[in-house]
Ligand binder design. Structure first.
Ligand code: NAD
Length: 348
């Protein structure tokens, strides 16, 4: 069986998920919904992607000569599931307006409230919770990175007493030319905990986690400074082994390999020929991994534009019961070129 997928919202996340779906042999991309006839639509058509739009926007596309395959309703009638990657809050409106009336299944993104779906989702943390669900929400970029990191230790049998994380967020994505800050550090949000801690608890409900966040004038990646306190001892060597073995986490070494900044990590992804220079894995800075008794400290970079892409794919498999957790994670990583030496796809 191949699952027929439609994408609504073809921006930063939507276009990356679209490309990923096209690489899966158990999924078929039917098309994407776009509202605006622009260069991104033109590129999509040139890649053979079918565009759909709203009835009242058809003439706009026609005017600029961008080919449309049909209306949103045509797409909804042809798919098994919609992956909604519209801006924060629009997904919930689309659910009520479009997906529920059409009797469709849908996957939402982290900008929606958790209540939009039956379960929030991170593949390493709670794949099984999503099996057979009609509505799933893939948690945000920051939450995905924290959930993967915490899950790495849980999957290796470590008991976590508490997690404290300090998030330095990128101000905007590279394509967002109207957004800042350009000369500031913004309390983003000013509340403690920031929403990221509670959001991690939507996929790892028993973890004691508190987060604080600011936004800075960069566009490349977020940086997390994380402190995990364990019940019992862990050595630095053990922590490194856990992270080396866990899929979707990569270690970058500053002293031996000269990875001294996030820019160099992104440059690595570009040099490796990753599509768009994306880095879908957590980028843990190996030199930052430090253990004092039962406390672990580390820094990780989070490529916000792409980190949730593998999870959107796994969410489709869980929803349609196509694979068990580890078969899905391995299949996704293989198709996306994320498998590296030493990764263990059988952690329980
Ligand atoms: P984006 O603004 O880059 O893309 C959204 C796209 O949806 C735009 O092209 C917009 O024109 C289109 N759109 C808006 N309303 C629409 C509608 N009714 N029908 C069809 N298309 C519509 O946004 P994004 O950054 O890709 O974010 C999408 C979701 O992913 C949000 O929930 C966000 O919180 C989440 N997310 C974003 C990031 C990130 O860093 N960019 C990371 C993880 C998760």
């Amino acid at each position: 069986m191949t699952v027929k997928v439609g994408i609504v919202g073809y921006g930063t996340i939507g276009k990356r998920v679209t490309d990923a779906i096209m690489k899966m042999d158990d999924m078929t991309l039917i098309g994407v919904v776009k509202q605006t006839p622009d260069y991104e639509g033109e590129v999509a058509v040139s890649k053979g992607i079918k565009l759909y739009t709203y009835e009242d926007k058809l003439s706009k596309f026609e005017k600029v000569g961008i080919k449309v395959a049909g209306t949103v309703n045509d797409l909804l009638r042809s798919v098994d599931v919609i992956i909604d990657a519209t801006p924060d809050g629009v997904g919930a409106e689309n659910k009520a307006k479009l997906y529920e009336p059409a009797g469709l299944r849908a996957i939402f993104q982290g900008g929606e409230e958790a209540e939009v779906a039956e379960t929030s989702f991170n593949a390493l943390a709670n794949y099984d919770m999503a099996i057979g669900k009609r509505f799933i929400r893939v948690v945000s970029c920051n939450t995905t990175a924290l959930s993967r990191l915490i899950s790495a230790f849980l999957l290796h049998g470590y008991k976590i007493r508490r997690v404290r994380a300090y998030l330095v967020r990128r101000g905007a994505d590279p394509r967002e030319f109207k957004k800042g800050p350009i000369n500031d550090v913004v309390f983003n949000p000013a509340t403690v905990p920031s929403h990221h801690g509670p959001d991690v608890q939507t996929v790892l409900p028993t973890i004691d986690i508190v987060t604080m966040a600011v936004a800075v004038p960069t566009t490349m990646m977020h940086l997390h400074m994380v402190n995990i306190e364990f019940d019992g001892q862990i050595s630095r060597g053990e922590a490194i082994k856990v992270l080396e073995e866990t899929p979707r986490i990569l270690l970058f070494n500053a002293s031996s390999k000269k990875f001294e900044s996030l820019a160099q990590i992104i440059e690595w992804a570009r040099d490796m020929g990753r599509l768009r220079g994306d880095l879908m894995e957590n980028a843990v800075i190996e030199d930052s991994i430090t253990v004092f008794q039962n406390e672990l400290f580390l820094m990780q970079g989070v490529h916000q534009e792409s980190i949730v892409v593998p999870e959107n794919i796994d969410a489709v498999r869980a929803m349609f019961k196509l694979s068990d957790k580890w078969s899905s994670i391995k299949k996704t990583d293989t198709a996306l070129g994320l498998v590296s030496a030493g990764k263990n796809y059988n952690l329980t």
